[in-house]
Design a binder for this molecule. Structure first.
Ligand SMILES: Cc1cc2nc3c(=O)[nH]c(=O)nc-3n(C[C@H](O)[C@H](O)[C@H](O)COP(=O)(O)O)c2cc1C
Length: 146
């Protein structure tokens, strides 16, 4: 005898109320496949943190500017960087990949810090194929001065 565990969550029909909550390995399509086969009713991807995006951008800018104006040639020298995927692009790619292979709803998770970013990244995650979005309101206390 099989029991119907179907339920509704975030306006979605789930085959089971067991939801794999946001965690880093969930954005790996292989892990997501195993979670589905094990009976997960939905998969929540790890959170996209705006602070991670900003920190990465600052680090890249810092690296590219290193040596600027240290010697005359440096003024027309730009280090060659091949294709670079930032944290947001990597996240959106993972949403697409997991969604493409998933038979259960795929839920994105977002932790933004600025007003515009909440809306901007929510749209991007939606466009990448997420069925719903969790808002991660946890504040990362990353500034040791506060
Ligand atoms: C290693 C690890 C990473 C996590 N990453 C996230 C995350 O990126 N975003 C988020 O909202 N929650 C994250 N969580 C929280 C979990 O999604 C979950 O809410 C939490 O573990 C509570 O569930 P539990 O009582 O079943 O463990 C993480 C938890 C763990 C253990």
């Amino acid at each position: 005898m099989s029991v119907d565990l179907g339920t509704r969550y975030l306006g979605l029909s789930l085959r089971s109320p067991i939801v794999a909550s946001a965690a880093p390995h969930n954005d790996d399509p292989v892990v997501a496949g195993r979670l589905q086969r094990a009976g997960a009713g939905a998969i929540v991807l790890p959170s996209l943190f705006e602070e991670e995006i900003v920190a990465e951008e600052l680090e890249i800018a810092r690296s590219l500017e290193q040596g600027t104006e240290h010697f005359a040639e440096a003024l027309d020298y730009f280090p060659a960087i091949g294709q670079f995927l930032g944290a947001a692009e990597r996240y959106l790619g993972a949403v697409e990949q997991v969604k493409a292979r998933s038979t259960v709803p795929v839920i994105g998770s977002l932790n933004a810090t600025s007003r515009g970013a909440w809306v901007r990244y929510a749209h991007l995650i939606q466009d990448a194929g997420a069925d719903a979005l969790e808002l991660n309101l946890y504040r990362v206390a990353a500034d040791p001065g506060r």
